[in-house]
Design a protein around this ligand. Sequence first.
Ligand SMILES: Cc1ncc(COP(=O)(O)O)c(C=O)c1O
Length: 454
Amino acid sequence: MTFAFLRLRSRLLTAQRHHARRVSVRYSPSLPPTLSKLAVLSSQPRGLSTAATLLRSMTIANPTYSAANPAVAPQPEDDGLAPPQLQDLYAANLTKTLTPQLKPLVPNRELVFGKTFSDHMLTTEWTASHGWAAPEIKPYGPLQLEPCASVFHYAFECFEGMKAYKDRQGHIRLFRPDMNMERMNRSVERISLPTFNPEEYLECIKELLRVEKRWIPDEYGYSLYIRPTMIGTEPCLGVRASNTALLYTICCPVGPYYATGFKAISLYANVREVRAWPGGSGDSKIGANYGPSVKPAKEAEQLGCQQVLWLIGEEHTVMEVGAMNLFIYWLNDQGQPELLTPALDGTILPGVTRDSIIQLAREWGGIQVTERSITMKEVVQAAEDQRLLEVFGAGTACIVSPVKRISYLGHDIHIPLDPKDPESQAGPLARRINETLLGIQYGDIPHKWSVLVD
Ligand SMILES: Cc1ncc(COP(=O)(O)O)c(C=O)c1O
């Protein structure tokens, strides 16, 4: 009884300190009735304060401890009996402070990616001693961090990119958000930041979207970009895991990637810089992977290309296109149509769009879908043999980005778009994928991947 009581007490008091309103407590049927009552009470919405009051009125048969006498009560951290239990992240503890002054919306045509932010943000603090504090929705605004915070020195930062769509009935929809939450937790682990309960955090994001509904554009193709982010905030220059972290989510309305229809791009196959490498962190969405990609991207631009085609190794194995996954559609050695994409070997970001395209193409049939490493030699050979059908990048921002040319070692590899239409900026497969995924995202095509929020 004493031990169970102390553990429960530690849990409830920690939760209270973090302004939680309720806390889920797993308890066994053999727990004494008083403690069961406490556990049940504290799990009910806003039940924590009632449970805490009851807790304070209780005494237990322990000569050294009386809950009614806080002066001798051991603190959860130092009671020696009950290791402090870390508080998990619970959507039920979410608090909301709404801004008194809403910002004016920006007309859809004037939206520039990542420049306009909605009225509120979702923030949740974590400490190594207590775990997650209650999540909060509050007005969007600057963060206050010490200059020595670990995020500023050793890039303890990771993020996600997902979108909320408004369907024709005006409902908010998300596209496979569970995949973003899981990927975020994998990124978080890679840089020793604290993981969180993905379902609970997704519920918090959904609530943020309900609050920010007016920021989700009505027009087809427009959406609200969601940027969950986690940073290490500990004020310490030691190169070690941060003892404090901040998980936050901000939102910005965005327009369609191709405002006036597809525009096929040219790639600069970079044989000098490498985006990721075996044993590295290329499969995580950590900020440290992105900063160094900008210099090669600028060089590609100077050479008349819109994106870098990332390569690795002496054989120039293809990896990704800018911040997109790469797909090559060709006729293979047996003359069969095959959709190829680099395998997830730890150097490739496991894109939500990538996974969706693979699943769709397999369901459609008629195309062999293969995940394997692909070398530039194979791409050059396929182009010479006129076996290349389409090449495209894939990601949340654009869904698909058709490629018309690859600049490689001073030569241009020309990629067909639509052989039936010389004006076309996309091949038939890229178009079909784009239309299908758009249809699912906006709820026009009923599909389990589209998650209704309201
Ligand atoms: C490096 C990289 N590859 C691929 C992708 C595409 O991933 P997703 O389809 O989940 O947007 C992204 C975008 O997040 C990326 O940053």
